[in-house]
Write a protein that binds this ligand. Structure first.
Ligand code: SAM
Length: 266
């Protein structure tokens, strides 16, 4: 549910190429998440919302003995992931209705659950489906109050597209507070660790911030617009981003990016 109590728009197909423009920065959070997974070994690992396979590759590196399976709803992302890791299995599926097989050791989900409507319910269901000792490890952007997202909502609410139902449904809602995840998941866990990290990504220009979000949070807005309106939306958004993210001493800008991490042991 988003802040206004509406269901967020279901993601359409994603562009793996656009997403991977910032691969190093986007792969840092899954690295930090994986570092906290308390499993020495694993036999069966799923990467939920595997995208172009960048997070899957980390899992293969950490658990070379395991069968690592990537799952995503986007054919473009899956195509890229299969090219990158031809020895892994990739499944096209919706996390919201998928269930892990009984011998699963790890469900890893980096930057995917925030796209699911009612993701807390799905997290609890998946955790309950795991055998004792298995791990659910999740990272979600917690950046809906950052200028990057406030300005997306501002542009959406003020252009000629303002009344479009797709546009109204596009904003992602705030994440629940850590204490809410604790109360929801804690009763189904033997151990739970919840923390925030705020990254400060160094971006070459304010326009790079726009490019970054074209590969993720801007997708629901842009997907409901025709080419001309999309250009207009992006141009207004770019102006606002340039005003909000001021150049530092070297002309670069810092993209502040808070993220929420959860590692739950069944
Ligand atoms: C931001 S990307 C994350 C990619 C990768 N895990 C990473 O660490 O960079 C989010 C991915 O989640 C996928 N996704 C979103 N909703 C999904 C759903 N309901 N079921 C399966 N995949 C989903 C998208 O297609 C996209 O590839």
């Amino acid at each position: 549910m988003n802040a206004e109590g509406r269901e967020p728009q279901v993601m359409g197909d994603w562009s793996a190429r656009q997403y991977l423009k910032f691969e190093d920065e986007r792969t840092r959070p899954p690295r930090d998440l994986l570092a906290q997974v308390p499993l020495r070994q694993a036999r069966l690992v799923f990467d939920l919302g595997c995208g172009p396979g960048n997070s899957t590759e980390l899992l293969v590196g950490r658990y070379p003995e395991a069968e690592v399976i990537g799952l995503d709803s986007s054919p473009d992302m899956l195509r890229q992931a299969r090219e990158r890791l031809p020895l892994c299995t990739f499944l096209e599926a919706d996390i919201a209705s998928w269930s892990p097989p009984p011998r699963t050791d790890l469900l890893f989900a980096n930057a995917s659950f925030q796209w699911l409507s009612d993701h807390p319910r799905v997290l609890r269901r998946l955790l309950e489906a795991l055998p004792s000792g298995a791990v659910l490890a999740v990272q979600m952007p917690d950046n809906t109050r950052e200028p990057s997202h406030v300005l997306q909502r501002e542009v959406a609410a003020n252009g000629p597209w303002a009344g479009d139902p797709g546009m109204i449904a596009a904003p992602r809602g705030d994440l629940p507070a850590p204490k809410e995840y604790y109360d929801l998941l804690g009763p189904a866990c033997s151990r739970i660790d919840i923390w925030h990290s705020t990254y400060n990504h160094v971006m070459a220009t304010p326009q790079a911030i726009v490019e970054w979000f074209k590969g993720s949070a801007l997708q629901p807005y842009l997907s409901v617009l025709d080419a001309k309106a999309r250009e207009q939306f992006l141009s207004t958004y770019s102006e606002k981003i340039a005003a909000a993210y001021k150049p530092r001493f070297d002309g670069k800008v810092l993209l502040r990016f808070p993220r929420l991490f959860i590692v739950a042991v069944r």
